[in-house]
Design a protein around this ligand. Sequence first.
Ligand SMILES: O=C(O)CCC(=O)C(=O)O
Length: 239
Amino acid sequence: MYMTTMANPCNIAADLNKCIVKEAPPTIYYVPNFITEAEEEYLLQQVCRAPKPKWTQLSGRRLQNWGGLPNPKGMLAEKLPDWLLKYTEKISALGAFAGKTANHVLVNEYKPGEGIMPHEDGPLYHPTVTTISLGSHTLLDFYKPVCQTQSETPQTEESRYMLSLLVQRRSLLILQDDMYKFYLHGIHGVCEDVLSENVVNLSSTGAQVCNTLLRSTRVSLTIRHVPKVIRTNLLLGKK
Ligand SMILES: O=C(O)CCC(=O)C(=O)O
């Protein structure tokens, strides 16, 4: 499926509503084949071409930041390269950022066996996070937050686990509302995924319960709108 640009940029495009994952709390949009194989290949080449210092190695993945470095006060925005601008504009035109335009892309690369701990992305990027996946599928797992008032039963990662999504290469994922603000998301560092009933979007993927999928290297483009820092010094004419 390839989304067309919508008429009203303040709302999620009407045809995107067909991609809501109804089995999950509000709101997950999952769009299989959002980009073509040729686009995927091109994007992977561009990610690979980035100079070495552009990469930050973390334990369990490496990443590139494009558009500036977000911090709690906002972001000193830098121009995005054209190869990313095409997609930030396309996704913004769907109304994913409530009329704003995405200005930041985080590129994550996961080798088989690598993942990311359950986390929230924080209030800076509200109300939306969008992700294009390249090179491999992954399983994105969602968790309830630790409940501060309930102290009797231990709140393990296992007990807080809620559901998973199969995120295929070339897909677009949009998280909003409670699925973004309230629940945590993470990726287990495994080399293969056995699909279970807990994977709630299987009907739109062509995969089935009990299928085993081997992971290859996955590159995700996390596309967001980050508020810009107001450069008061510049406004006041100071250097
Ligand atoms: O790779 C992904 O799909 C998730 C990335 C993520 O959660 C993050 O960078 O905060």
